[in-house]
Ligand binder design. Structure first.
Ligand code: ADP
Length: 648
């Protein structure tokens, strides 16, 4: 099943570097770099092409030179042949010379004058061409200046005893050019032959076809004072002049610029989207963190995938401590892990109530938290159920308030009951006062009557005394209760606590014997006096002895009660106290505190009212003393109270 994780906590990203921000310039910079490389390459290409053109031009010049030189050499050969066949006619040397076929052919071909000189350079014979020579091959070569001539000369040896001489052939350069086929050159260059004075002798210049390239000129070797100048028609263009190359580079730069601009636009869109996403994540995070509801996402196996800050604060564990954990979770109370595990399985199986359920967790610091949990199905973007999303509300405070209200209500109810009891006690005291007074009066009268009779059993008289004594005590108690309930100021008198203890013990002795308990008295405060409400203190001692009797009566084995008094001085305050202690061999307090035992209506007895110890404590504290209760090390309980002693 495809898993899509729940939103992770927002983490602010690093600030974008300037380099990253300017990333959009890359396509443009790449285009510029490529264009520079192309330009460099074109420049190198241009230089190479120029060098190649130069080479070709030089080679072509050399070819022209070679061609013209070859032509001249051929004419030299012809001249030599002519010289070898010279015949001297007896009558007219000139006529014979001019009629020679070689001479005629030479004049027709190129020479415009042929002179035969003897050893002393005297003319033996001469022949001249009359008409200008017709161009044989060059239609396009325009002769611009004539007169630039050159000579060929060969030696003539021993012709008919005429001695050694020379044969000189004069020809014009222009005639040589006219009769030499330089058409191949003409196709590529504008050809110009230049005289030593710089004038153009012959040219192929054509106004309708101007040359493009740079001219190059060099003297023709073997031809006196004549130079050849070639200017190419089709000079290759430098890349800086080539519109195609420039257009290509411009298009490249334009494309790079457009690509950069588009990249920038895209980056702005992406940056805006990222900023919006980050803002949204920050919003969501702050909303989740400020929520009062704890959120927890779990996968289908109960593994924690996500928790928000509220939940972390609620349980005291950090996000890192919780995410990835499987049940049992650390905030489950150790004593309820089994129950929690069972409920967890029920939740994972989809059995959690939609109305939520309450449970109790334990904070990391150990205190309990009451929580309300609502579980909802967690689905991914494809709609697949991948786990459970829990919304958790801390209801501890609500629980505490409810508890306080409940306690308050209980206290009110207790007060109401106490009030009722007070009223009842007041009425009972009122009602009992009359019969007790009657009992007292009758018992006193009866004793007097019995004493006047002879032979009366002394035990009967003692019984009558006891009835009288108990009736008086009962009357005192009833009056004390009436004073308590009517809030009349209690009367305090200087008393001897040992005497009070003895009296109370004496009145309880029969009951103690009835439960087969032994009572031990250790009274050692006879010299100490206290200022007390005697009946109230008697009630306290009587209540402690009665509780001790109740405690030992349900105990097997030896039943002992020990009542002791002693005086002591508090070291801190220096005050003297008289302490009364009642120790029994009962079951003890079993860890309960005096606070618990003094709680109004708290009683473990079927017939108990749970009022005794509370009333005792308030009577003692009203006297400036204190009541304490502890377990005895060997079993049983020890109750003791103190009353400040007075110095007389
Ligand atoms: P009551 O005697 O009506 O129960 P008290 O306020 O006198 O009310 O006592 C409250 C409770 O304190 C008793 O129910 C009993 O559980 C406990 N208690 C009092 N005295 C003793 C004792 N000596 N040993 C053990 N438990 C005692």
């Amino acid at each position: 099943m495809p898993h899509s994780l729940p939103p992770q906590p927002f983490q602010p990203g690093p600030v974008e570097s300037v380099g990253k921000k300017l990333l959009w310039l890359t396509p443009g910079l790449l285009a510029v770099a490529f264009a520079v490389l192309m330009a460099a390459w074109a420049q190198v290409n241009d230089v190479q092409a120029e060098m190649a053109e130069e080479q070709t031009l030089l080679a072509d010049m050399a070819s022209v030179e070679a061609q013209l030189t070859g032509r001249r050499d051929m004419e030299m050969v012809r001249l030599r042949e002519t010289a070898a066949r010279l015949v001297v006619a007896a009558k007219d040397v000139n006529q014979g010379f001019a009629a020679m076929p070689e001479v005629v052919a030479g004049l027709d071909r190129l020479w415009n004058r042929l002179v035969w000189l003897d050893e002393d350079n005297r003319v033996i014979a001469r022949a001249e061409r009359k008409a200008p020579i017709a161009s044989s091959v060059r239609e396009d070569l325009r002769i611009q200046a004539t007169g630039q001539a050159d000579h060929l000369s060969v030696f003539v040896r021993d012709v008919n005893a005429q001695g050694n001489g020379k044969l000189l052939a004069r020809f014009e350069i222009t005639d040589l050019l006219k009769s030499t086929d330089l058409g191949w050159l003409n196709r590529r260059y504008e050809v110009e032959f230049i005289s030593e004075l710089g004038e153009v002798i012959a040219t192929t210049a054509n106004p309708s076809r101007p040359p493009q390239g740079a001219s190059r000129e060099r003297p023709l070797v073997g031809f006196k004072d004549t130079s050849l100048r070639l200017t190419p028609y089709d000079a290759s263009l430098s890349w800086t002049q080539n519109p195609k190359t420039l257009a290509l580079l411009a298009a490249l730069l334009l494309l790079g610029g457009v690509a950069s601009q588009m990249t920038r636009h895209e980056m702005q869109l992406v940056s805006r989207a990222v900023t919006e996403a980050k803002t949204e994540a920050a919003w969501r995070q702050s909303m989740e963190d400020s929520a009062l509801v704890g959120l927890r996402a779990r996968d289908a196996e109960g593994r924690v995938l996500y928790v928000n800050k509220t939940l972390c604060d609620m349980v005291g564990y950090s996000r890192d401590e919780l995410v990835g954990l499987k049940p049992p979770l650390p905030f489950w109370p150790p004593d309820a892990v089994d129950a929690m595990m069972a409920r967890n399985l029920n939740t994972l199986a989809g059995g959690a109530p939609t109305t939520g359920f309450e449970t109790r967790w334990r904070h990391k610091d150990g205190h309990s938290i009451d929580v309300m949990i609502f579980e909802a199905r967690l689905v991914n973007s494809n709609g697949h159920h991948i786990g459970w999303m829990g919304s958790i509300i801390d209801i501890s405070e609500r629980r505490r308030l409810e508890e306080r209200d409940r306690t308050h209500t209980d206290v009110l109810a207790q007060h109401a009951r106490l009030n009722d009891l007070g009223l009842l006690a007041s009425e009972l005291a009122h009602e009992l006062n009359q019969p007790l007074t009657t009992i007292l009066t009758y018992s006193a009268g009866l004793k007097i009557s019995l004493q006047s009779l002879h032979g009366i059993d002394p035990e009967d008289l003692a019984a009558m005394d006891a009835v009288n004594q108990h009736a008086r005590k009962a009357g005192d108690i009833v009056n004390w209760i009436r004073r308590q309930t009517s809030r009349t100021e209690t009367v305090r008198k200087i008393c001897d606590l040992d005497a009070i203890v003895s009296e109370v013990v004496g009145l309880r002795m029969r009951q103690i014997q009835r439960i087969h308990a032994t009572l031990e008295q250790n009274l050692s405060a006879a010299d100490s006096k206290v200022l007390v409400d005697r009946i109230g203190i008697e009630q306290v001692i009587a209540n402690l002895i009665r509780n001790a009797m109740d405690a030992v009566s349900i105990q097997d084995g030896i039943r002992t009660i020990c009542v002791s008094t002693q005086e002591y001085v508090d070291q801190k305050s220096g005050t003297a106290f008289v302490q009364v202690t009642v120790v029994d061999s009962g079951s003890g307090l079993q860890g309960r505190t005096l606070e618990t035992l003094c709680t109004t209506f708290y009683s473990t007895k079927s017939h108990g009212m749970g009022l005794g110890l509370g009333i005792c404590r308030s009577i003692i504290e009203a006297h400036g003393g204190s009541l304490t209760a502890v377990d005895m090390p060997g079993g049983g309980a020890q109750f003791s109270f103190t009353i400040p002693a007075i110095s007389l």
